[in-house]
Design a protein around this ligand. Structure first.
Ligand SMILES: [Zn+2]
Length: 103
């Protein structure tokens, strides 16, 4: 079985990675949504499906189920990725800081 070197998805019969398919707009809200594999291809870096799943579980990355497939918005995923990359772990979120200041 051949897997994509980038996102580890199983290649389809024609040797294409499903992660390279165009993003969808299943909610017709003008945002682009992708599977974990698609998000890895779009965002790049050293992401894995495990990372995307962690974002879904811990960081509030939205999930939208279409049939048996779960899609998440690219813009939100990119935001989380940038936040992790630039801020590192344990940095208080900006929203929290604002709330602290207001208290
Ligand atoms: Zn791939």
């Amino acid at each position: 079985m051949i897997r994509c070197p980038r996102c580890r998805a199983r290649l389809n019969g024609e040797g294409y990675c499903p992660g390279t398919l165009p993003l969808l707009d299943p909610r017709h809200d003008g945002r682009e949504y992708g599977t974990a594999h698609q998000l890895i291809h779009q965002i790049g870096g050293d992401l894995t499906t495990g990372t995307i799943n962690n974002w879904r579980r811990r960081d509030g990355l939205e999930c939208h189920r279409v049939g048996r497939t779960v899609y998440s918005p690219l813009d939100q995923a990119a935001e989380i990725e940038a936040d992790k990359r630039l801020g590192g772990r344990g940095r208080p979120r900006q929203l929290d800081a604002t709330l602290d200041a207001a208290a």
